[in-house]
Design a protein around this ligand. Sequence first.
Ligand code: GTP
Ligand code: GTP
Length: 436
Amino acid sequence: MRKSVVAIVGRPNVGKSTIFNRLVGERISIVEDIPGVTRDRIYAEGDWLTSTFNVIDTGGIEIGDEPLLVQMRHQAEVAIDEADVIIFLVNGKEGITAADEEVAKLLYKSNKPIVLGVNKIDNPEMRERIYEFYSLGFGEPYPISGAHGLGLGDLLDDVVSNFPEKPEEAPDDDTIYFSLIGRPNVGKSSLVNALLNEERVIVSEMEGTTRDAIDTHLHKDDQDFVIIDTAGMRKRGKVYESTEKYSVLRALKAIERSDVVLVLIDAETGIREQDKKIAGYAHEAGRAIVIVVNKWDTIESDEKAIKEFEEKVRAHFLFLDYAPIVFLSARTKKRLHTLIPAIGLASENHSKRIATNVLNDVLMDAIAMNPTPTLKGKRLKVLYGTQVAVKPPSFVIFVNEPELMHFSYRRFLENKIREAFGFVGTPIKIFARKRQ
Ligand SMILES: Nc1nc2c(ncn2[C@@H]2O[C@H](COP(=O)(O)OP(=O)(O)OP(=O)(O)O)[C@@H](O)[C@H]2O)c(=O)[nH]1
Ligand SMILES: Nc1nc2c(ncn2[C@@H]2O[C@H](COP(=O)(O)OP(=O)(O)OP(=O)(O)O)[C@@H](O)[C@H]2O)c(=O)[nH]1
């Protein structure tokens, strides 16, 4: 189900990044540090009371060296296009500036709810500075201080109350939602078209939940699929759409709604750093993943070539060792038939449940084979484990001291679980919890 999206806009230096970091808090620090993934993040999850939502820091979207006003216009457009609620941020220390008025003008034209935050109100004596901001015409200004974490609760109450009614929950069927991510020109559109036209059973094109986004139904091998629209698949010709940050942002929104993410690689041009970055997001988000090497028609295709390319992919995507690799050509449709079964399998494993007793047989065998580590004379004791969630499969292992569960031992247990139960195509999560 789609989360609501909040965008923060405002002229430079009003404190957008500071507020962004406050809203997304420590969620930004991730479990595994994949190089290049966490840096310059402009899109992340935040929560308030019972709501979880995604936040965009539009300040992070810079378009070449366009003048300030043009940059601000594009940032406001991103917010208007992508967000359900916009936080318009101004600087209480400096009062209203011409640049604030420019941003306001753009926001008037949108029909999105706008909440006005007056930042840098660091102490109660400064509160009276908010009154002049009524003249911007966005209702009550909220005094906040990003630096000190003040006033954010009232602001967020207003933001959350403006979220759209939850869209109808998708019927609890077994439809598989998938998206295609990858660099421009890797062949995303071509692959979608190849899949659709091969099948000729486009049930319908349905309105996506984002404005302009179109999701497509596909029925194949007795299974319903929804292909989620991704950045670059349908160009709308706006300036900011060609920026890397923006395409990453669109990809993240698509990943959010997917069960399975297809990570496309261009066989002709090889693997690039950016491929790794977006794949890292999908992994972090716990989605099932299939790596698709497209344009395989351009490569002299034999078993040896496949093996060599596969080794290259594995070396680049160490963190995706569970993802199957499919080699195909969207253009000639060579090996295209191997894709849908791979998506199906990854999705099945993504929601697979393992009975506790069966899991514990495997864990106990693993421990008997490779004794638990010790630290400062203390030995890790594994009591038992149980699966607590699916999508992705997540396991809690109860132990005497969670700190004794070293990364390498966790990895060993993960490998044993994978050996026993498959889980091809899906990340799995293992948490150690203390139990006497
Ligand atoms: N006194 C005070 N300073 C703040 C507050 N919030 C942010 N700042 C400072 O304001 C400056 C700008 O903050 P940023 O968060 O980088 O602002 P921004 O809007 O993201 O800036 P751009 O990236 O240029 O668009 C920094 O020096 C912050 O430390 C606040 O609540 N009080
Ligand atoms: N040789 C070969 N070319 C392909 C294949 N698939 C796509 N192409 C070509 O690669 C180019 C880009 O394909 P698109 O499908 O537009 O790629 P995209 O990833 O959707 O691109 P963006 O919309 O820019 O993100 C086009 O010229 C395609 O004809 C393939 O399997 N083999």
